[in-house]
Ligand binder design. Structure first.
Ligand SMILES: Nc1ncnc2c1ncn2[C@@H]1O[C@H](COP(=O)(O)OP(=O)(O)OP(=O)(O)O)[C@@H](O)[C@H]1O
Ligand SMILES: [Mg+2]
Length: 301
């Protein structure tokens, strides 16, 4: 079931076409990533879906089971959220809850629930000004959940964070996706691969590739073999380049990564290779590459 369906969605700012006739279907119960380099049109797309800005063309339809203004079913964390540094996390969530129409009592209960969910219960009386980047972002996600949305939209939730903050937020998103549909934007492919089920890759206002993560991986991932040896393998490596299954290799001292065409043939031949045995292999592993090559190709266009 689709929560949001956008058809030929377009937004122009004077002569700049930020979003150029894209079709999107965001499914219920999954985490969808909108991936793309800077300026691809991600924020503009999300702002149209949330209703913050109007499209200059195309249409947006929300799941018919949910009547009325779609904004009541959507939670949103902007790319650059602003907080009142002097408020505590708890005060902030109570404030946003009341803005959404909750009574003071209900807002208080919801704030407590959300503070526990985003792991800020212990810091709830601390001023937001003293929160780390990761804590602020988790508070922002809690704020986006205050109205119990059917879909929570997060614009670059991890981009501005250090590795620790990034990990905290990604783990929270993994927890959240069990109960809420998520649509988030990122320019980091690795984040999309880690948490999302569906991916739309945008560039220059258009959706250039879309599909389920597993489907894209099967289609675009290049099988790779990682070999670590006790002896230097450089002479042996030169011979490998002539194999018909060979595509690409990277040698770092005694660590060899080979991208191959046919994983089964390559594995069989390598394991039967007498020279490799003489090099005293320490590790032989079939690894999954990321979709990095695909993303770089798309981003360059
Ligand atoms: N209010 C605006 N007025 C004029 N141009 C705009 C406006 N908002 C966005 N644009 C332009 O539209 C294009 C897409 O911008 P958008 O912010 O949607 O990209 P993005 O994918 O979110 O990028 P980033 O990764 O940097 O956040 C850019 O060329 C941008 O300069
Ligand atoms: Mg953006």
């Amino acid at each position: 079931m689709n929560l949001i369906t956008a058809e030929s969605l377009t937004r122009a700012f004077q002569s700049t076409v930020a979003v150029d006739g894209i079709n999107l279907s965001i499914k219920e119960g999954v985490c969808t990533a909108l991936l793309g380099p800077n300026g691809a049109g991600k924020t503009t797309t999300l702002n149209m879906l949330t209703g913050l800005i109007k499209p200059t063309g195309g249409s947006i339809a929300f799941d018919e089971r949910y009547h009325g203004d779609r904004r009541q079913y959507i939670g949103y964390l902007p790319q650059f959220p602003k907080f009142y540094g002097w408020m505590s996390g708890q005060e902030y969530l109570m404030y946003t809850g009341q803005l959404c129409g909750l009574t003071k009592k209900a807002a208080n209960e919801r704030a407590e629930e959300l503070l526990t969910l985003v792991d800020l219960a212990e810091a709830k009386r601390k001023r937001i000004g003293g929160y780390s980047g990761g804590m602020k972002q988790r508070l922002g996600i809690a704020q986006a959940l205050v109205n119990n949305p059917k879909l929570v939209i997060l614009d670059e939730p991890v981009s501005a964070l250090d590795p620790i903050g990034r990990r905290e937020v990604l783990e929270l998103m993994k927890k959240l996706k069990k109960t809420t549909s998520i649509l988030f934007s990122t320019h980091v492919l690795h984040d999309a691969e880690e948490v999302s089920d569906d991916i739309f890759i945008m560039n220059r206002g258009k959706v250039v590739i879309e599909g389920g993560l597993a489907e894209l991986q099967t289609k675009y991932q290049k099988p790779t073999i990682y070999i670590e040896t006790e002896e230097e393998p450089d002479i042996w490596c030169r011979a490998l380049k002539k194999k018909e299954w060979f595509r690409h290799m990277h040698l770092d001292k005694k660590q060899l990564t080979i991208t191959v065409e046919n994983i089964n043939t390559a594995r069989e031949e390598l394991l039967a290779d007498a020279t490799l045995h003489k090099l005293k292999p320490l590790r032989f592993e079939v690894v999954r590459t990321t979709l990095e090559d695909l993303f770089m190709e798309v981003a360059k266009k």
